[in-house]
Design a protein around this ligand. Structure first.
Ligand code: A3P
Length: 286
């Protein structure tokens, strides 16, 4: 499935045709979740792969065998991507499922479900920067041209996968209707051990101290950067051009300061303040 120049549209949101079809997007929206499922929900570049690694390791009690031998998209498949019916059909519960879809596209499938939803959010200035660099290396995403233009598209919500603002507001405003845990990328970064404890308790997968230490070690940025099952070096050059960048790029908080101009920052902040006016979400920016 190459389709590198194909874009699929669904609910007015663009999705890369390399990974999505109308059928796969329909499959996701009609999916029958099991109560034993754990669903990682993220806007792209918010720490999806990190959470896939963490949950795999928690389920394996810190043993890295699975996370070092099976690619992340096989052990925590994206519900809306074309291969998911096959992968999910073959997987046993408890399943780890990933999605980038906005709440409204999964609302009906999740109605009444007790599946555990883990929403990972990241400060959107770092998201837009990470997404920009990802567009440069991922040949299934449009050429981002300048950062200025990409930032405009991000704020307008016309980038692939839609608006960050709609995504985070849509999911968090329905947290009470779901079995829901909200966690920030920055919280994991600043206190990984505490975050792992919070996650294992939500998942009802208690970890012994040595299991916790092993989990922590194997999901560190440096371990994941070396693990070809998560660093995307398994993906051929014509799909992800590794000469143009690395998937495991920097993994830092506040990298936006290296690219945002003063004007871009004030434009971003005005837009953010207006969009997020009625939420009580707070973000760590640096
Ligand atoms: P950067 O591009 O800022 O480095 P996603 O998996 O949602 O696509 O997110 C990718 C981002 O998460 C990248 O950010 C990547 O480096 C970062 N990341 C992945 N694993 C990480 C880890 N263990 N610790 C910190 N950041 C991590």
């Amino acid at each position: 499935m190459a389709r590198l120049d194909v874009t699929e549209h669904c609910h007015n949101i663009a999705f890369p045709g390399h990974l999505h079809t109308q059928e796969s997007l329909g499959f996701a929206q009609n999916f029958r979740f099991q109560d034993s499922d754990t669903v990682i929900v993220t806007y792209p570049k918010s720490g999806t792969t990190w959470m896939q690694e963490i949950l795999t390791l928690i389920h394996s009690k810190g043993d890295p065998t699975l996370s070092q031998n099976i690619p992340n998209w096989s052990r925590a498949p994206w519900l809306e991507q074309f291969y998911s019916p096959e992968v999910l059909g073959a997987s046993q519960s408890p399943r780890i499922i990933t999605t980038h879809l906005p709440y409204h596209m999964l609302a009906s499938a999740l109605k009444g479900s007790k599946a555990k939803i883990i929403y990972v959010a990241r400060n959107p200035k770092d998201v837009v920067v990470s997404f920009y660099y990802f567009h440069k290396m991922a040949n299934f995403l449009p050429d981002p041209s300048s950062f200025e233009e990409f930032l405009d598209n991000f704020l307008e919500g016309t980038v692939h996968y839609g608006s960050w603002f709609d995504h985070v507001k849509g999911w968090t405003s329905h947290s009470n209707d779901l079995n829901f845990l909200y966690i920030a990328y920055e919280e994991m970064w600043k206190d990984l051990k505490g975050s792992l404890e919070r996650l294992s308790s939500f998942l009802q997968f208690p970890l012994q101290p040595d299991e916790l230490t092993n989990t922590q070690r194997h999901c560190s940025f440096n371990s994941m950067k070396e693990n070809k099952m998560v660093n995307y070096t398994l993906i051929p050059e014509e799909i992800m051009d590794h000469r143009k960048g690395q998937f495991m790029r920097k993994g830092k908080i506040g990298d936006w300061k290296n690219i945002f101009t003063k004007q871009q920052n004030s434009r971003f902040e005005d837009f953010f303040d207006e969009e997020m006016l009625n939420t009580d979400l707070t973000f760590i920016w640096e």
